[in-house]
Design a protein around this ligand. Structure first.
Ligand code: ACM
Length: 628
């Protein structure tokens, strides 16, 4: 080879020890990015002696902050400002005001940090979000001490509905886990927890009037092993599975969420995805003499609820208990994936279609949903349904959750329905894989990497300005067919939830994926780690699964997480802590007609590992190597 080619995996150089301190971050580490951050010189030093002055000591957000302060070991207690007016200028203090002169948008806050005082102003949820920002800035390696950069932050959310869903029917997650889930939602200013409580594989909420829903419906005999899609094997785990929440536990969760300004949206699926209910009360099916069992497999079943009197009676009683347990405005009634085979074969359904002059079975589904909607509207609740509920007509106050892409949401907004965007095609299905690497754990299929979520904009360009107002928010869904453990649920959730938070909260104009992923997420991962969350450790920045061609390569990598280490090999073996530690750019020279497999792994400070990347460096393959 007569010449030398340099291929830069990344074209810039970082001093790895101090990259985080050196790079300018317009959002000073805050996720989701605030509306505006004006950085000033100087710092506020927070110590255990810092005074905290509050004008509303019993405010829900203040009480939350008090709990946090106690645990974190900061602060000289709370002092009610009204009693000590002359102390409001006290240095080394945080002033939290619910009474203030400036105008702050709904659910917004203002946070001013000077070198001797922090002032946070906000009301209700806005104050709570300001406290979450403050907590992020207080984050410090040394318990009880922190240094906050002087700044003026003005902030309020882009969307009113910022949701995260969890399917507890396919796999059950206990109360402690749900609280941990709510904690991370609250930290990132998400405010709706969509709780998918029932499905073919399990009924997970105690209903006093219908005990069999949990006695029978919360249990399945076994569970399919491996991905059911394309897997028609009869391999099952031969292990009974069960779990449900008592009403006391439900109340506890609802209260816990409320303290964090999160509204719980319960989902009771109907008329499809209801086999657990049918197995408990077969009179809810069109063919009650068939033996039913709670599903042990995944997918869509043709056993669906029959729109008969027994079904309405039971569902209305169930919803009556639901309404008394969940004070929020929304009840989700499912409505997706309801095959019509059983209705076509039912003389009762066919007669109902004729009596009600319905178009067909789709019209019957619409009729069914409308009966339920009337019942819930009469109890001051608004229904949310998956986008199928739009087919066949719907009362205008129903909210449509657009999951099969955006088309359902666009059609719904054009018909003046409020819409929550949660398209699987937009990266918002967190049961999809986070990378294309075969090292990812079993997932349902589909590909939803962090960047895809981050790049998604919930407001479709197809809508005009008036219609766009109907997009009330965005949500990501965590379906759990292939998520049987807490650790895996957290792995699938994090850090993707951080991208969701940013698209739900931050102004579109503030988006900056490099800043988000390489600076801010890199700072948040160690913090999530310290809080005991599992998460996906990103691969080294600059290490891609690809093939590069040349002779001499300069490899420049960057840690994707503060405190993490990158190890690499060029000998074909899987890198581990005993291999080379990446500390500065490396040069790899590849002999002619050879290929070197540069492998990297990122290891977090607590030992969590990324996927291993393979970058093939080839010399002598590229067609323009005329001297080969
Ligand atoms: C859905 O994913 N079936 C709403």
């Amino acid at each position: 080879m007569k010449y030398v080619k340099y291929f830069f995996l990344i074209l810039f150089f970082f001093n790895c020890i101090s990259i985080y301190a050196q790079s300018y971050d317009p959002y000073i580490g805050i996720i989701p990015a605030p509306v505006s951050v004006k950085q000033n010189t100087g710092v506020f030093k927070l110590t255990p002696e810092t005074f905290i002055l509050v004008d509303a000591p019993d405010d829900k957000a203040v009480l939350f902050f008090k709990e946090y302060i106690k645990k974190a070991g900061y602060g000289n207690g709370f002092t009610d400002i009204s009693n000590i007016d002359k102390k409001t200028g006290l240095t080394n203090s945080i002033k939290i005001l619910t009474n203030f002169k400036s105008t702050i948008p709904n659910d917004g806050y203002e946070l001013t940090i000077t070198d001797n005082q922090i002032t946070l102003s906000g009301k209700g949820a806005g104050l709570f979000y300001g406290i979450q920002t403050l907590i992020q800035l207080m984050d410090s390696k040394k318990a009880g001490y922190a240094t906050l950069q002087c700044a003026v932050i003005k902030d309020n959310p882009r969307f009113a509905y910022r949701g995260m869903h969890l399917d507890v029917a396919r796999h059950f997650f206990d109360v402690n886990f749900i609280k941990k889930y709510l904690d991370v939602m609250a930290a990132y200013k998400l405010n709706y927890f969509h709780w998918h409580l029932t499905d073919d594989q399990g009924w997970r909420i105690e209903i006093k009037k219908y005990p069999k829903l949990t006695e029978i419906g919360s249990k399945r005999a076994q569970t399919k092993v491996g991905n059911a899609i394309g897997n028609d094997s009869d391999l099952y785990d031969n292990t009974p599975y069960s779990g449900f929440y008592t009403q006391e536990e439900i109340k506890d969760i609802v209260e816990y969420a409320d303290k964090r300004y999160i509204t719980v949206v319960p989902e009771i699926e109907m008329p499809g995805h209801s086999l657990a209910a049918i197995a408990s009360y077969p009179e809810m099916s069109c063919h009650p003499n068939i033996p039913y069992k709670v599903s042990e497999n995944w997918g869509v079943t043709t056993d669906v609820l029959c729109p008969n009197d027994a079904t309405y009676r039971i569902l209305q009683d169930v919803l009556s208990e639901i309404v008394s347990l969940f004070p929020g405005k929304y009840v989700h009634i499912g409505g997706d994936e309801c095959p019509k085979d059983a209705w076509r074969a039912s003389e009762f359904c066919q007669q109902l279609i004729r009596d009600q002059r319905l178009r067909d079975e789709n019209g019957l589904q619409s009729y069914f949903i409308q009966q339920i909607q009337k019942y819930l509207n009469a109890r001051s609740r608004t229904i949310i349904g998956w986008d199928e509920i739009l087919e066949g007509g719907l009362a205008s106050n129903a909210v449509v959750m657009s999951w099969r892409g955006e088309a359902g949401g666009i059609a719904a907004a054009q018909l003046n329905h409020d819409v929550i965007m949660t398209p699987n095609s937009g990266g918002l299905y967190f049961d999809h894989s986070q990378s294309k690497s075969p090292q990812e754990p079993l997932s349902i299929g589909g590909y939803s990497p962090l960047w895809k979520i981050y790049n998604y904009d919930p407001v479709p360009v197809a809508l005009n300005a008036e219609q766009q107002k109907h997009i009330i928010g965005v949500q990501a869904n965590l379906w759990t067919e292939y998520i049987a453990t807490n650790a895996k649920a957290e792995y699938m959730l994090l850090p993707r939830l951080l991208a969701l938070a940013e698209i739900a909260w931050s102004p579109k104009g503030n988006k900056d994926y490099i800043n988000f992923s390489e600076q801010r997420v890199a700072r948040h991962l160690p913090r999530l780690d310290a809080q005991g969350y599992d998460y996906r450790v990103p691969e080294a920045i600059g290490a891609d699964d690809t093939t590069l061609y040349g002779e001499t390569f300069k490899v420049v990598l960057k840690e994707p997480m503060q405190g993490a280490k990158i190890y690499y090999t060029i000998d074909g073996y899987t890198p581990r802590e005993t291999d080379f530690l990446y500390t500065k750019p490396i040069t790899v020279t590849v002999p002619k007609k050879k290929r070197i497999d540069l492998q990297t792994v990122t290891i977090s400070p607590t030992g969590k590992r990324s996927n291993v990347t393979h970058t093939y460096l080839e010399n002598g393959v590229m067609p323009d190597f005329g001297d080969k």
